[in-house]
Structure formats: C-alpha cells, structure tokens
Design a protein around this ligand. Sequence first.
Ligand code: AKB
Length: 318
Amino acid sequence: MEKILVIGAAGQLGSELTKSLSDLFGGENVIATDLQEVARVKFGYCRFEVLDVMNKEALRDLVKEEKVSQIYHLAAVLSATGEKNPLFAWHLNMESLLHVLELAKEFKLDKVYWPSSIAVFGPNTPKVNTPQYCVKEPNTIYGISKQAGERWCEYYFQKYNVDVRSLRYPGLIGYKSLPGGGTTDYAVDIYHKALAGEKFNCFLREDSYLPMMYMPDAIKSTLDLMSAPRESVKIRSSYNLSAMSFSPKEIYQSILKHIPDFKIEYNPDFRQAIADSWPDSIDDSCARADWGWKPDYDLDRMTADILKNLPDFYPSKK
Ligand code: AKB
C-alpha cells in the first residue's frame, strides 16, 4: 500500500491534488503537510501535519516513521514573489528539492513528484510552440531555480535510480483556491473580479500571450504522469505540458460572453517583463507520445465552468 506525503498541500495546486490523491489512495494513506496549523481545516478528508520542508530532520523523521513511499513536493516561491527576495527564493526552492531527493535516495521511495514550470524558458527561447529541447536562459530567480531543479531531478534519476517525475506547468487556473505570487495569477483573479461586479485592473498588457491550463487538466496530467509505467516516462528533467494559450484581452472577451457589463483596465507592472520572457505557447508532443497526455479544457469551456462554480464562493451572486 502506498503512503503519500504532500509537501505544500495548502497551496493552489496542493489543495486540489491532495483531494484527488485521497480519493485514489484513501485519506488514511495521504499525509497533507503545510507550514501553518491554520491549513488543517482544509484537510478533513486525510491526515494533516505541520511541516517546514526546510527542517530536514523533521521531514526525515516523518518519512521514516510513516513509511512514506511517494512524495509530492509542491512548496515553492513563485515568479513574482521570487523577484522580491531572490536569495530566499533560491534557498527555499533548491534546498527543499535537495532534501526530498536525498530522502528518496536514502529510503528508496517508489516515486517523487516535483513541479517545474514554463519559467524555465527565457527571452532567447523560441516563443511560439516552444519545443521540449531548446535554448533555456531564464532570467527570473524562480525560472533559474526550476531549471536547476530539473537538472537535479535528472541527476538523481541517472545516478541513484530515484523515480522522480516532473511537469513544466503553464499558468494554472482554478476557482477553489487562490494562487500566490505568480505572474499568471491575473487569469485567476479576473474571474473573482468579474463575479464580484468589479472592474479588473490587469497587470499585463492586453496582447500578452501566455500558456495556461485549467486545474482539472493539471490534476489529470499529474496523476497520469505518476501512474504511467516507469519505462514510458522517458524524460526525467521535466515534460513540456500544454492546454491553451491566451492573452488578457481574450480571457476578458470570454468572460464578456457571460457578464456583458464587465470592465477591464490595463496597467502593466514589473510582472510584464516576466511574462515577456516566457513562451506564448508550448509544444507538448513528447508528453502526448510518451504517456498519452491530452487536455480537456479550452478557454471558453473553462470560463463557463468557473463562472458556473465560483458563485459558491460568493453566495450573494447565486
Ligand atoms: C508563476 O506565474 O510564477 C507560475 C508559473 C507559470 O509557474 N504560475
């Protein structure tokens, strides 16, 4: 029986992935961990422990005592926050990954999952249909740490046979929890403002294209990759992954079809430079060929689903 440890479980991805893992493996076999005790309320369906991934001994004790067999390491400082304190972002993103990889080696864990990002690409990368293998010169500390992390993952796989798997997520969009500190976060916030009847102040230009993905597709891709036979997972750095690509103007127009009086204003800030350094769209043919990846949602389908379900967070708008 697998015993799953989720690190950074209360974040945007973790909040939904932990639930899916509990549905698959049983809540008694999933340990959700996060920095803050207040996160416990989110995890009525599985076990919860407070854990600082930087505390290597506490992490080691938990893995040993609970006979953990798989780790999903989701804790990270994202792109926009990372630029405010680069040394801290580097320290947290790299040290935590190394703690996890070392434990995977020591305890011969079955599998490790670690998310990478489109942030590994940089201004010299081909912008359209960015291939799996191409120039990567990221110029954010988040991207640099993800690029280095990918190399570490492949290193641990090749040298120590650690079965580590990874995806380069595009911007993730969900309505069940809020992201924190990313450049693609505008595409989550915009739905909240539209539903609250407020004008949206967009921190990117109207024509700034970025690769994006709806959360159900992100969960599906992660579970598909993790359940794929070992020999099908041919890329051990991280897989390109794609679902849709749109600009702020296009997501606005998609929302207008449901909320015709919604208003937007564009005031690009420092995050514009980050967005400009990332691809417009991604070629994920390796993921499709190796383990059968195929997304379910495009922009309009996602918008309809979010606007149908988000009112649960705003009961007065139902
Ligand atoms: C961010 O915007 O920093 C993240 C990412 C693309 O990895 N959502």
